[in-house]
Design a protein around this ligand. Structure first.
Ligand code: FAD
Length: 460
């Protein structure tokens, strides 16, 4: 494999002439700013960053990278925990210049650019009273979140993000531009609904949106000492609730603003609710929650984008992040005891553990219908160490690893790929489980030389 330093200046300037967007080299003033990603722990030094403006730029970049035997990374929103939108020495295909959000009101479908971030999409769809199921922090990229699956507030009601993906335009390893959907290039359409950026660079996504202007949402907190009781209750409650109700359960520290001062900097078991039905039914349902005497409950009707961006302010770009994750089939007393242990020693104010329930519409899709293999698991769990200070990098990393190691023996074996760091091939295989071999065959057909390898890699 070559690096940019092995290429002569004519080769680089000829590539520059093909691009509509800019090219950023290590010698450029903009280089250090341009190479940053969301996770401040990632410090990679690409040889060249191609700021693509359209699909032609992406085709030129893929051809340039392949013909010159360069390591290629694809950057969508740049939010990946493991920094998989960047590489050292090679070529970064940056998609942040490929943004558009076009709503087709005749069938509520939405065509979105490969480099959009979710808050740009939500702002437009909300104007039409529509929502696309995505995640829980609106600054996340559409590209990476969608290609990995997409777990969020609307998953129980409308399914994962991939369950609402109707079509994609993409540039393949050989430079071809293709459209994939349920009728065209069906093997690729299957593979990209969970298989990540392994199969090509997606320049646009078309989603099914749903009429959902507002939701009833907000957090409830209980002292961490009650986490075992609350988790055991939640396990039965959410499983039997209608698809309209979702809520992720967390161990966390309550930040100073905007919460009452008596809660500040203490450890809690939290549930952040989202309800898509009518207020009367919700109020009846919520009485059960209030009967559990939360120390704080602030739940009300809000625009869907307000829920999506509720936590954005706590998590600005550039902080230190370390993630570990697993799926779980059940919440046993042995498991909840570990949540009490590790939830009582959260290392920094922003570090958290989340459990997302995989049920409702998300669990009614077959475990082989998309690469997302854990449709039958009950929870996608994630331990997230976060802090603004690089000096705390080890502290947050060790807490996540210890939390993960304590609970991994009780897990379903693999993790949601978008919640993983760069953790090696065995973890990738465990995450795709029975779907891995089919993904590997499709990879062999479309990217036999594995030019798209900076990802949760499927080996051809
Ligand atoms: P990038 O770093 O740009 O890319 C990630 C990977 O996807 C890379 O391998 C990249 O090559 C590939 N990729 C990106 N765009 C494209 C494209 N257009 N074509 C081909 N390959 C592409 N996930 C959830 O499901 N639900 C959540 O609620 C959620 N919350 C999150 C909150 C925060 C604060 C963060 C940091 C992450 C969260 N995630 C969540 C995880 C998120 O889905 C992943 O981090 C995802 O990889 C981010 O996508 P991106 O495009 O921003 O990342």
């Amino acid at each position: 494999m070559k690096t940019i330093k092995d290429l002569n200046s004519e080769t680089i300037s000829s590539f520059k002439n093909q691009l509509n967007g800019n090219m950023v080299l290590p010698t450029d003033a903009a280089y250090n700013e341009t190479r940053k990603v969301y996770n401040g722990m990632i410090d990679k030094h690409p040889g060249l960053i191609a700021m693509c403006k359209n699909a032609d730029d992406v085709m030129a970049s893929v051809n340039f990278g392949r013909e010159n035997d360069l390591l290629i990374a694809i950057r969508g929103g740049g939010h990946n925990g493991g920094g998989l939108g960047l590489c050292d020495d090679g070529l970064v295909i940056d998609l942040s210049g490929i943004k558009h959000v076009n709503v087709n009101t005749s069938n509520n479908t939405v065509k979105v650019g490969g480099g959009n971030i979710w808050n740009e999409v939500d702002a437009v769809t909300h104007e039409y009273g529509l929502a696309i199921p995505s995640g829980m922090v609106s600054s996340t990229g559409v590209g990476g979140l969608t290609l990995g699956g997409g777990v969020g507030y609307l998953s129980r009601k409308y399914g994962l993000t991939i369950d609402n993906l109707l079509e994609a335009d993409m540039v393949l390893a050989d430079g071809r531009f293709v459209t994939v959907n349920a009728k065209q290039n069906t093997d690729l359409f299957w593979a990209i609904r969970g298989g990540g950026g392994n199969f090509g660079v997606v320049t646009s996504f078309t989603f099914q949106a749903h009429p959902q202007k507002t939701v009833i949402a907000g957090p409830t907190f209980w002292p961490i000492e009650r986490v075992e009781e609350i988790m055991a209750w939640y396990d039965g409650f959410i499983q039997n609730a209608s698809d309209d109700l979702s809520g992720f359960i967390a161990t966390m520290i309550v930040p100073e603003s905007p919460f009452p001062s008596e809660l500040h900097n203490k450890q809690f078991c939290a549930i952040v609710w989202c309800y898509t039905g009518d207020a009367d039914t919700f109020n009846d349902l919520f009485k059960t929650v209030l009967n559990l005497n939360p120390v704080f409950a602030h739940v009300g009707e809000m625009p869907y984008p307000a829920l999506q961006s509720m936590f954005d302010g706590f998590f600005p770009t550039g902080m230190q992040w370390y993630w570990r994750a697993d799926f779980f089939n059940k919440l046993t007393p042995e498991i909840t005891a570990q949540h009490l242990k590790f939830g009582s020693k959260i290392p920094t104010p922003l570090s958290q553990m989340h459990l997302y329930h995989i049920s409702g519409a998300a669990s009614r899709v077959g475990a082989e219908d998309t690469p997302w293999a854990y449709r039958n698991a009950k929870y996608a769990g994630v331990y997230v160490g976060v802090d603004p200070d690089p000096k705390n990098a080890n502290k947050i990393t060790n807490w996540c690893k210890d939390y993960f190691n304590a609970l991994h023996p009780y897990s379903a074996g693999g993790a949601y790929s978008n919640f993983m760091m760069d953790e090696g091939q065995e973890r990738v295989k465990a995450s795709y489980k029975h779907n891995y071999d089919r993904l590997a065959k499709i990879k062999q057909k479309f990217d036999p030389n594995n030019i798209f390898k900076v990802n949760q890699n499927i080996k051809p």
